[in-house]
Design a protein around this ligand. Structure first.
Ligand code: HEC
Length: 448
């Protein structure tokens, strides 16, 4: 059976780091659970009708070594923020979802239908039904989920030919579509009010271990599909050997999870009580580990407001009260959160890797500034403000190094002084960057 023997794709991640700030990621284990229930359950594939497979169902449980912790460096990067004021019929809509694919444009799904963003204008594409999901498919289309049908956008809108499955509503089976997700290029997961479905070509397989699906999340090449059921509990499903699936139930986890998405290498990201957690295995035991974003100033930067994941490569955006982090396979980066952004009511990471934040009145399009140079205004001044100006301001005791001109004049001396550790004179550790930031600024031509 071809269906469950697809090859596993993964995408290399290219990371661009701009400066070497000293944020530290500290992982501390959170109250691990000790119960470990494992049992098996049979289930059948409806629609394909070919086989009976086994799934392993076990509750999310923890190991019991609370001593483990690990550190990771988080580097600063710069973001380009574009603010789009939402028109009245899109304002305050917490179902707003965004996705875009290179060359196709940016689609906005809302309660009132489907829009396309043309420059600064939100143009109506279709108002027949609310939009409940937009996913990139086969690297060239966007699939749009509406409660009663699925569509494909390739420049214009077409209905998918599997729609009979979802349009018929039998008495006890409410097949109203609630969410979609793409984990392998040729497959499409569909969540409905009665269960979970998998579409492969013209085949539709049903997974009746799931009830009312509220939200699905995964990314291309991820091991797990995360299913949020009505009532807020999470399950994950993973293709296993011999046409089977592993199913995990997180409803008995000690964390009250509000968001749960897959991570790299079979790990998971969870948000609970404004904290970020990682579900990972160490020494044969899986447990939740608090994933703290700690600054050198000793602040715990991570009061997580929202996370959003790119469906292309699993890169995770974490928006906290004052920062935006991006955690990739090999490194993590951060930037300041835009001041104009109020409380976020929905967030999406598009297939192109961008982040879209909705605060009810504006939609913020956030992209990584890959080619952005180090400038005095954005990088060097904040570094001097934090590390040097307590002595090198207008009053001393050190000479003033508090303008663009003066900083330029003393930059070589400053680099030397930091290198030979004579500065900062009070030996306080550097915050918000290090010597590489200043060297890069010189290399790039001392931009104002
Ligand atoms: C606790 C106070 C203090 C802090 C913090 C401090 N300096 Fe100084 N710095 C001094 C004093 C005092 C002098 C001697 C007076 C002078 O030459 O300006 C000095 C001298 C210097 C000089 C002159 C040449 C040299 O090497 O002796 C440079 C350049 C310099 N500081 C750079 C920095 C930079 C860059 C930072 C921040 C990373 C920094 N300082 C932080 C107090 C401080």
């Amino acid at each position: 059976m071809i269906l469950f023997c697809q090859s596993f794709r993964s995408y290399p991640i290219v990371l661009h780091s701009i400066t070497g700030a000293r944020f530290v990621l500290k992982n501390v284990q959170a109250n691990p659970h000790t119960a470990n229930h494992v049992w098996r359950e049979k289930y059948s594939l409806i629609g394909i009708g070919l086989c009976l497979v086994y799934i392993f169902l076990y509750t999310a449980c923890g190991g019991d070594d609370p001593t483990k912790s690990s550190n990771r460096k988080v580097e600063a990067f710069s973001l380009i923020v574009e603010q789009h004021t939402l028109p009245d019929d899109l304002a305050k809509d917490n179902t707003l979802t965004v996705n875009s694919i290179e060359g196709l444009g940016t689609l906005i799904g809302v309660k009132s239908g489907l829009y396309i963003l043309n420059g600064k204008k939100f143009n109506i594409l279709d108002q027949e039904q609310p939009t409940v999901g937009i996913e990139a498919w086969k690297s060239k289309y966007l699939v749009i989920a509406r409660p009663k049908f699925l569509q494909v956008y390739d420049g214009s809108i077409h209905r998918l030919n599997v729609n009979e499955e979802f349009s018929q509503t039998e008495k006890e089976e409410d097949k109203t579509i609630t969410s979609i997700a793409v984990q392998k290029e040729a497959e499409l997961w569909v969540g409905t009010k009665n269960q979970l479905w998998l579409i492969v070509g013209n085949d539709v397989a049903g997974f009746n271990q799931f009830g009312h699906v509220e939200h699905l999340s995964t990314f291309l090449g991820a091991e797990d599909l995360l299913v949020k059921e009505q009532g807020g509990s999470f399950k994950s499903i993973r293709a296993a050997a011999a046409s089977g699936y592993d199913l995990r139930d997180f409803s008995k986890s000690e964390l009250s999870l509000t968001q749960l998405v897959p991570s790299f290498g079979g790990k998971l990201w969870g948000v609970a009580a404004e904290g970020l957690y990682e579900w990972r295995k160490e020494e044969d035991k899986s447990a939740w580990w608090a994933y703290q974003l700690v600054t050198e100033e000793g602040q715990d930067a991570a009061k997580v407001e929202y996370i959003a994941q790119s469906s292309l490569d699993g890169t995770l955006w974490v928006v906290t009260k004052d920062k935006i982090f991006q955690i990739g396979l090999e490194s993590a980066r951060y930037a300041e959160r835009p001041k104009e952004l109020k409380t976020i009511i929905s967030a999406s990471a598009s297939y192109t890797g961008d982040l879209w934040l909705n605060d009810g009145t504006s939609l913020f399009h956030i992209t990584v500034n890959k080619s952005g140079p180090i400038t005095y205004k954005d990088h060097v001044k904040p570094f001097f403000d934090k590390n040097c100006l307590r002595c090198h301001g207008d009053v001393g005791p050190g000479r003033p190094i508090n303008s663009y001109e003066l900083t330029k004049t003393y930059i070589q001396d400053s680099i030397k002084a930091i290198e030979n550790e004579s500065m900062p004179a009070d030996k306080k550790p550097l915050v918000g960057g290090d010597i590489s930031l200043l060297k890069k600024w010189v290399e790039e031509g001392l931009k104002p």
